[in-house]
Design a protein around this ligand. Sequence first.
Ligand code: DP6
Length: 324
Amino acid sequence: MQTRCATAVACPNIAFIKYWGNRDDDLRLPANGSISMNLAGLETITTVTFDPKLKDDEFIFDGVPQTGPALARVSTHLDRLRNRAGSALKARVESRNNFPQGAGIASSASGFAALTAAGSAALGMTLSERELSLLARRESGSASRSIPAGFVEWYAADSDEESFAESIAPPEHWALLDVIAILDSRPKSVGSAEGNRLARTSHLQPVRVADAPRRLEICRRAVMDRDFTLLAEIVEEDTRRMHEVMRTSTPPLNYLLPATEELMRAIPDWRAHGLPAAFSIDAGPNVHCLCPEESAAEVERRLRENTAVRQILRARPGGGARIL
Ligand code: DP6
């Protein structure tokens, strides 16, 4: 038997309408649908080599062999791909991010999207974008959205086959920028998988989930019409609702730093005074400041005035996962 190898690249994404909480934790069926934009220029590159000589799976991240939970998660996902292909071969997975590790940019999305694409190709499977998205979802919810290109919607559903993500507009549809203000690059104390399980303990989660179709509808319209004002309002509302759920979970989760909260007050104020910008914040303290391309320089200048901002990254709408 020969070794079989493939390399894939995928971008992370920023959710405009957030995924937080599952209706089924095992299948990772989300409580609500979500909409996101892929982040161009930030990439995970992953090579998967199935090798008859290997006794166990290996996972090398940024040149460093991984053990424990990081390796176990990759191995669990490889099992899913092997089951599907009817293979028992172990694999070496070599993965690299071109963005600072632990910068608070969700690398599980790009990581599991790239692993799904490279792993299935290395096993000789030709899967549709929908099948790749379904498979990626099983190991990381947001990874389902890093498979298709551009502006993406992930559907909530009661069955495995119906909960996939697809593109609602290509990257070139809208010259929107995500200007990311990095406040803290330490790994978070409670990971997203654990946080997603806690969501159902908040009395606000049912309210947030019940209202999701309305927010999705407004967000879809804002994207299709390139209506920045509408997008800004709904994205900020959605971020606030998710962080309210986090704060009222048992135990409570608070990912925000004082500087995050300062920027959550400042950015809507900039907008009220004529600078189009909107914040979005994931399970961490960093601030994603969305804006039309022409406002990016001024947005970046103002973000830098905040002394807690350590680094700034910029991303345009990105493409989908692809085999190199
Ligand atoms: C706050 O997709 O990182 O970024 O499924 O355990 O990998 P896992 O969780 P993950 O959760 C992301 C949550 C979020 C919001 C979002 O991206 O929609």
